[in-house]
Design a protein around this ligand. Sequence first.
Ligand SMILES: Cc1ncc(COP(=O)(O)O)c(C=O)c1O
Length: 404
Amino acid sequence: MQSFRVLSSRERNLHILIIEYFLMDVFEEFREKMHITRKWIYLNHAAIGPLPTDTFIELSEGIMEKTLHGAANIDLNAIDEKYVKMQKIGRKILGTTREETIFFPQYTQLGMLPILDGLDFKSGGNVVITDMEFTQNSFPFQVFARKTHRELKVIRSIDGKIPWENFEKAIDDETRVVGLSHVQFANGFKTDLRAVAALCHDHGAFLLVDAIQSLGTLNFRAHDWDVDAVVAGGYKWLLGPFNTGIGYIAPHHLDKIDPTMAGWMTDQDYLNMTHHPYNPVFGAKRLQGHINPSLFTLYSSIKLLTNVGLRDIETKIRSLTNHIVKRAEEMELKVASPREAHERGAIVKVDIDNAEMGVKFLKSHNVSVSLRNGGIRLAPHAYNTLEEIDKTMDLIGEFLRIKK
Ligand SMILES: Cc1ncc(COP(=O)(O)O)c(C=O)c1O
């Protein structure tokens, strides 16, 4: 059997330097395709991801086609083929080899709803969410619990994290569904999905993950982590247009899912538009509801990310976010995100006095960030640079000096 020697920290650093050297070109190419970098230091991907050039062109061509030709050139037969092509690339972002597990909701919530509606959960019991969720990932579970007469349990966070024992206390044999963001929108707290999925399954619960704040930033492994379902809008870290998204449902749920949102294009005989019994296609596509060409515009964005490589994107983003944390600590600012990189996604929140004015000050210097709960949320993608982080942190320092 082969044995491995643990690398010394000097060797590890050298290793990272070599990887960074060879990856430089890839990230430079990525940056080239992000037109936004010509005007902005853009650290706001947790709000909206800008479009890469190729996606912009594809989207514009679609608008032109509809404007000039309407339905004249539409080939309904080609839609199936395009859908499968999307599924094939989509599975790379989600970490599965099975394309039939992938579908494309128009936004996060529109993926979540047919899953909640379409699975035959055992009656009664409870539904679990956390108090860190963005409202879009909280309200649907609140309504679902109320309408299906289940108890709603809200796991409490402490200091911007959810302690593991709080998951263990909340999820029990009565839990039917757990709704959880992989990375929390406000401060980037990241949950170990493999561990939560195992806990859920020990109790027979279904884990529905909102991954809008993580897909496109890291090497997501839906299959290996054994999550039941994943949904994400495409307009943030996936750098896709509005009204695009992606979803996953684990293979063993595929034949059980039966959503009310039955769309004409998810019928096996979709070219037959006269009355006939609905016979849904096999796989996650039946969660689709609606298919139109704008759904396919997510393709170029995903292709760009998969060409760069999700592992490398994850490494690069980690070096950027680690740098933010380091600079903030040197400046004696309060970092409201987890310090440990494995507990943090691509988001770092830094709390400062007058954060609202601080965000405006940064904007006046062409730096785009968001204000969240009295702090500045910095959310870099892999095409951002360490120099941009330094410039931003210097500007925050300058703002604080002026404000004194
Ligand atoms: C965690 C999370 N879920 C969902 C959304 C948005 O959901 P939708 O795509 O349904 O608009 C956001 C947007 O900020 C978010 O941060």
